[in-house]
Design a protein. Structure first.
Length: 166
């Protein structure tokens, strides 16, 4: 199990629909995710099933909880993506609105970057960030990633940040 100084992570289960829907139903959290608006319950169920499936392969999103009080902070992990026809692994992170501005985005991103590079032996990681999401761009940069280029992804022009270890 991965953990940080303040956070503990766990894989999604079918019992986590309410936790995930609490995040996907918040317009502020979802502003820069996928289509930029809250997800329907059906979209959330579909995504939950995908998250559970990813975790069977040792990669995927996991819920992040505060060690101090056990409250949900967000979710994060390593996400398989197809970018311009290439298979990539994305460091992804969400933080619930109540926990914004406390360094949890970086704490999650750093943990997953280190896990991917050192435990999984990956040599490249990316973060796909919607333009305007300045906080996430700063997290990626602080996490050692550089803006590689802008790309079209899921019918949106977004920023591709990356880190390569040779």
């Amino acid at each position: 199990m991965i953990e940080t100084e303040r956070l503990v992570f766990r894989k999604y289960t079918t019992n986590d629909l309410a936790l995930l829907f609490g995040m996907t139903n918040d317009p502020d959290v979802m502003r820069y995710i996928r289509h930029g608006r809250p997800w329907t319950k059906e979209e959330t169920i579909e995504s939950l099933n995908r998250f559970i499936g990813w975790n069977e392969d040792g990669i995927g999103l996991q819920l992040a909880f505060s060690k101090e009080d056990g409250k949900l902070i967000g979710h994060s992990g390593l996400i398989p993506q197809t970018v311009e026809g290439n298979q990539e692994i994305e460091v992804g992170y969400w933080v619930i609105k109540e926990a914004w501005g406390k360094g949890y985005g970086f704490e999650q991103a750093k943990a997953w970057k280190e896990y991917g590079l050192s435990q999984l032996g990956l040599s490249r990681l990316v973060s796909l960030i919607h333009h305007g999401n300045i906080r996430s761009m700063k997290v990626a940069e602080k996490n050692g990633m550089k803006h590689e280029k802008d790309i079209d992804f899921n019918n949106k022009n977004i920023a591709l940040f990356s880190i390569d270890i040779l």
